[in-house]
Design a protein around this ligand. Structure first.
Ligand SMILES: Nc1nc2c(c(=O)[nH]1)N[C@H]1C(S)=C(S)[C@@H](COP(=O)(O)O)O[C@H]1N2
Ligand SMILES: [Mo]
Length: 426
C-alpha cells in the first residue's frame, strides 16, 4: 500500500523525487504520505513500559541558565586551529545535526585571527572618527538608548567550502565541508543613525573598521553599505553576543563576506579611500586564473547544500526519505531551490519553509522514494535577482584553480548501493 502511495506522488523520470505538495499542506498532508514508514507497528513491538523510572519520581528543579540534554552532548562544532596557535583558526557549525533556519549560539561557527579577547564591557568603547563633524565614542550604556532593530541574517566566511577545491573529494561531514556559515537573529543599532549623529563629510566614501582583538582585524567598507544596512550588533538570538562572536559589539554587514563583519568592534574611521589593510590584500582577495587578484568582492553568492542525507550518513532501506538542506544568498531572498536525484540530469522544485527572508538561511525540503539503486543528490538555489548557483565545473572554469574564496558551487552527494552517502564530484 505504502509503495503505491509513494509511486503516485513521484515525479516522472526524476529517480524518485516526490512532488513538493507533500510538504505544502502542513502536518495532515505529510502524515498522509508514507513518511511514517519509519514508525514500527505497535503490534510488532513489545508493550511500551508505561511507568519508566523517570515517571516514578519528581523531576529535577529549575535552572538559572539552561543547557541542552546531556544525551545531545556529541553535537559539537568541529574545531581546527592553525598549527602552533590556539586562537587562530575556525570552528564549524555541525549542519548535519541541526534543523530549521537558526543556528544556536553555542554552535555558531567561529573564525578568529588571533583568539577571543577577554573584553571588559564597562571599559570597551567604540570610536567613530575621521571625516566627521563630531568624533563620538559609545559604550554599552549609551548605546542602550538608541533605537534598535532585529533581523535574521546569515554570516558566511568567504573561505567556506574551500575543501571542495581539493583534487579528490574529501570525505567529511557537511558541517566540516560547509559549516563556516550560520544564521541568527541579530539585534542592534543601524549604523546610519550613529553616523548621522557624527555628521559625515560629503567627500568621504569609505569606513575603516577595526577590532579590539590581538589581530587588530581591519577592513575597508564602502560608506554606502554602512548607511544602507550596516548594523552594530549587540544581541544574538535574544541574548548578548557570545564572546567568540564579538562580545560586546560587532559590525554586521548583511550578505557580505564574513570577514568584513568585524568582531569586538572598537573603531570606525571615515575616510576617502580604502586603507588596503593586511586583511584585504594578503587575504580575502580573489586570485584569478591569470594570476591577477580581484579586491573587494563583497557579497556572498547564491548557495545551497543538502544537509540530510549527507556524507557520513547511511540510508537503511529503500523507500521514502526526506531530503532537506539550507539555501542562502548575499543578494537577497531565495526564490527557489531545485533538487536532483540523478546527478543534475533532471531538477524538481523543493518546498521552502517559511519565512523566506533576505540574506538569511532558508530551509528546503523534498520527498524522495529511493529505489535502492544508484543516485546522486544535488540542490541548486536561485535568488530573487535571478542568480543561479553554478555547477562545480562552471565555477572552476570561471574562477580557476588558484581561487580559494567564495566557493558556492553545487554539492553532490552520492548514495552507494549499501546506502552510504559520500562526497562526490560529477
Ligand atoms: N576582530 C575580528 N573580527 C573578525 C574576525 C577576527 O578574527 N577578528 N574574523 C572575521 C572572519 S574571517 C569571519 S568569517 C567572521 C566570523 O564571525 P563569527 O566568528 O562570529 O562566526 O568574523 C570576522 N570578524
Ligand atoms: Mo572569514
Amino acid at each position: 500500500m505504502r509503495d503505491n502511495e509513494a509511486k503516485a506522488l513521484e515525479l516522472p523520470n526524476t529517480n524518485g523525487l516526490l512532488h513538493r505538495r507533500v510538504f505544502l499542506k502542513g502536518g495532515a498532508a505529510i502524515a498522509s504520505i508514507p513518511f511514517l514508514a519509519a514508525g514500527v507497528s505497535a503490534e510488532d513491538r513489545s508493550a511500551p513500559d508505561l511507568v519508566p523510572e523517570w515517571t516514578r519520581e519528581p523531576g529535577a528543579g529549575m535552572s538559572p541558565y539552561g543547557d541542552r540534554s546531556h544525551h545531545e552532548a556529541d553535537v559539537q562544532r568541529n574545531v581546527v586551529s592553525q598549527p602552533g596557535t590556539v586562537g587562530s583558526g575556525a570552528s564549524r557549525t555541525p549542519l548535519q545535526s541541526l534543523e530549521g533556519m537558526i543556528t544556536p549560539n553555542s554552535l555558531h561557527f567561529e573564525r578568529h585571527h588571533n583568539g577571543v579577547p577577554e573584553i571588559d564591557p564597562k571599559r570597551h568603547q567604540l570610536l567613530i572618527h575621521g571625516m566627521v563633524k563630531r568624533p563620538l565614542t559609545f559604550d554599552l550604556d549609551n548605546l542602550g538608548r538608541y533605537p534598535m532593530v532585529s533581523k535574521m541574517l546569515f554570516i558566511e566566511c568567504s573561505g567556506n567550502s574551500a575543501a571542495l577545491l581539493a583534487e579528490n573529494p574529501v570525505q567529511a561531514s557537511v558541517g566540516e565541508l560547509h559549516g563556516l556559515v550560520s544564521c541568527a537573529n541579530w539585534a542592534g543599532i543601524p549604523l546610519s543613525s550613529l553616523f548621522e549623529e557624527a555628521g559625515v563629510d560629503p567627500a568621504a566614501h569609505w569606513v575603516i573598521a577595526e577590532g579590539a582583538d590581538a589581530a587588530l582585524m581591519s577592513r575597508s567598507i564602502p560608506l554606502e553599505k554602512i548607511m544602507d544596512d550596516g548594523l552594530l550588533a549587540l544581541y544574538q538570538n535574544g541574548e548578548r553576543l557570545r564572546p567568540e562572536n564579538g562580545y560586546p559589539m560587532r559590525l554586521l554587514l548583511p550578505g557580505w563576506e564574513g570577514n568584513m563583519s568585524v568582531k569586538w568592534l572598537r573603531r570606525l574611521k571615515v575616510v576617502s579611500e580604502p586603507a588596503m589593510t593586511k586583511d584585504e590584500t594578503s587575504k580575502y582577495s580573489d586570485v584569478r586564473p591569470d594570476g591577477k587578484s580581484l579586491l573587494f568582492t563583497f557579497p556572498m553568492g547564491v548557495k545551497s547544500v543538502i544537509t540530510s542525507p549527507s556524507a557520513g550518513m547511511a540510508l537503511r532501506d529503500k523507500g521514502i526519505y526526506q531530503i532537506t538542506g539550507l539555501a542562502w544568498s548575499g543578494s537577497g531572498r531565495i526564490q527557489r531551490v531545485e533538487v536532483s536525484a540523478d546527478g543534475g540530469a533532471t531538477w524538481s522544485e523543493a518546498a521552502l519553509d517559511s519565512p523566506v527572508l533576505p540574506k538569511a538561511m532558508t530551509r528546503f525540503r523534498m520527498g524522495w522514494n529511493w529505489s535502492g539503486g544508484p543516485a546522486v543528490l544535488q540542490s541548486r538555489a536561485i535568488d530573487e535577482t535571478g542568480a543561479v548557483q553554478p555547477s562545480r565545473e562552471a565555477w572552476l572554469a570561471e574562477r580557476g584553480r588558484n581561487a580559494v574564496y567564495h566557493y558556492n558551487a553545487i554539492q553532490s552527494w552520492q548514495i552507494l548501493q549499501n546506502g552510504d552517502v559520500r562526497n562526490v564530484y560529477v
